[in-house]
Design a protein around this ligand. Structure first.
Ligand SMILES: Cc1cc2nc3c(=O)[nH]c(=O)nc-3n(C[C@H](O)[C@H](O)[C@H](O)COP(=O)(O)OP(=O)(O)OC[C@H]3O[C@@H](n4cnc5c(N)ncnc54)[C@H](O)[C@@H]3O)c2cc1C
Length: 461
């Protein structure tokens, strides 16, 4: 049993938050010989509806830390299938290598905590809420004994999620953009079209993400964008909106699931630009988060955790954990899959057409999405491939439909607006070229990566 901390306590590393990121970080630091305090304010918060799908790079990271991923996984996955809601065949996107794992969030977190606490160098402090940071001393509220305690640490890791108090204490920017509400239903006895794949269904108010969490149950994450009225979140409205977006074989289980109470989570985005200060670093959602459609949050978190234990400077850590490309792809896919204006529908068709027609693009998209390919140029190239075609076919169909030039020019202006995304992706590379003075600089007024904020994300959207 672990002993509670007292006023004079001193550890090598204090980790705030024992979610997937914090629990992994505790294990990673302890394996390097550090004495770790793992501080968790609300252990039962893990019972909420949150991430359950971990991509292969995250699975490999956990395995490298000695975690038995076979025991952790309730199910394994081999990639995704996207159903465009357009009557065409679904697109299957297999992983290049390795498998994903899926497990109910609470079980996943408890398993990782157990693994961390199994290391004798980790001291777990449940019901301790971080409240302030003074130099390298953390102020905590011990809720079990209703007393304040302090703890000194050589290194502090803020793994306390989206509402991170450590981030606030370090003066990190706090704004984030709410995107949607997501209903988390459990569909029982629901046969998925492709067992072993995550399924994305378009055609509802927002995308639906479905995957198996055990032998009997399928998780359905049903997205209702913030622009929808509150009434869209009533059970009967959720059923009506998604019933036709899902295959007929899932209808009976959807009907049964909405008849019971189910969980909601709010989704949002904050770009990963602030990684901490001095000896206090952030990890996981405390750095930033994207819409859950791409299921990449936990993968990024566990990879942050491992990298934090290994890198020796904040700059090295920040460089290694840059996830600019995975973030952009997650955001642009969510926009194309949730917006219902004509331009978004054209982009959606362009993306699906590109994926349907090219095995190489399917592979590249998965590598970008899971963070295995982090090259901005790959993202920009793939996106241009999808949107360039949209612009060209828009011109062709304008001619065929005898659309007026002014109408087509209007359409083109909106479609071309999407090109801000690849330009944004290119910005760091262009900056690097100009810094090195190699060749002539392209005439693009590119924003720098470090200046990218959530507000810029809003302007892109
Ligand atoms: C609906 C939904 C579905 C999702 N689906 C997926 C998915 O399929 N795959 C995926 O990879 N990601 C998914 N995500 C994202 C994923 O849940 C997060 O990226 C992940 O939980 C982040 O882990 P974390 O440990 O960084 O933060 P959290 O999971 O938020 O954990 C933070 C921990 O810190 C504790 N804490 C907070 N404040 C304090 C404090 N002051 N003092 C002490 N402790 C504190 C909290 O109690 C919590 O235990 C989803 C998110 C949502 C909302």
């Amino acid at each position: 049993m672990l002993t509670p901390v007292n006023e004079s306590a001193h550890v090598d590393v204090a980790i705030v938050g024992a979610g997937p990121t914090g629990a992994t970080a505790a294990l990673a630091f302890a394996r390097r010989g550090a004495r770790v305090a793992l501080i968790e304010g609300h252990p039962d918060a893990a019972q909420r509806f949150a991430g359950e799908w971990l991509h292969p790079p995250g699975v490999r990271t956990l395995r490298s830390l000695g975690i038995d991923v076979q025991a952790l996984a309730a199910r394994q996955g081999h990639g995704f299938a996207i159903f465009g809601g357009d009557g065409e065949d679904p697109v299957c996107l297999p992983y290049d290598s390795g498998c994903s794992i899926a497990r109910v969030h609470e079980e996943l977190v408890f398993h990782l905590r157990e693994q961390a606490c199994g290391n004798s160098l980790v001291q777990y402090l449940p019901h301790h809420v971080f409240s302030a940071l003074e130099g390298n001393t953390l102020q905590l509220l011990d809720r079990s004994h209703d007393r304040r305690v302090s703890l000194r640490a050589e290194r502090i890791i803020g793994a306390d999620g989206r509402g991170s108090k450590v981030r606030a204490a370090l003066g990190g920017p706090l704004e984030s953009e709410q995107l949607s509400y997501m209903a988390g239903l459990e569909l029982e006895d629901a046969p998925l079209p492709f067992e072993g794949l995550g399924h994305v269904f378009l055609g509802g108010p927002g995308p639906a993400l479905l995957y198996r969490i055990d032998e009997r149950r399928v998780r359905a994450c049903l997205d209702i964008p913030v622009a929808c009225p509150t009434s869209a979140r009533r059970s009967e409205a959720v059923y009506a909106a998604f019933r036709s977006a899902l295959p007929a074989q899932l209808e009976p289980s959807l009907r049964r699931a909405v008849a019971k109470p189910f969980a909601w989570a709010s989704t949002g985005v904050r770009t990963r630009t602030f990684y901490g200060r001095d000896k206090a670093w952030l990890a996981g959602d405390a750095i930033g988060h994207v819409h859950p459609l791409s299921g990449v949050g936990i993968t990024l978190g566990v990879m942050d955790a491992e990298a934090a234990s290994r890198t020796t400077s904040l700059e090295e850590y920040r460089r290694e954990r840059d996830a600019h490309v995975a973030e952009m792809l997650a955001s642009v896919l969510y926009l194309a899959f949730s917006r219902t204006d004509a331009s978004a529908l054209r982009i959606r068709r362009g993306v699906l057409r590109m994926l349907r027609s090219s095995a190489a693009e399917r592979r590249r998209t998965m590598r970008l999405l899971t963070g295995e390919d982090r090259a901005s140029t790959s993202f920009a190239d793939a996106f241009l491939h999808a949107t360039g075609h949209v612009v060209l076919t828009g011109a062709e169909s304008a001619v065929a439909r005898r659309q007026s030039w002014s109408e087509w020019a209007r359409q083109l202006r909106v479609d071309v607006g999407w090109l801000k995304w690849p330009l944004h992706a290119w910005a760091p590379a262009l900056g690097a070229i100009s810094r090195r003075g190699a060749g002539s600089r392209p005439s693009v007024a590119a924003p720098t990566r470090s200046a990218k904020t959530t507000n810029e994300w809003r302007s892109l959207s």
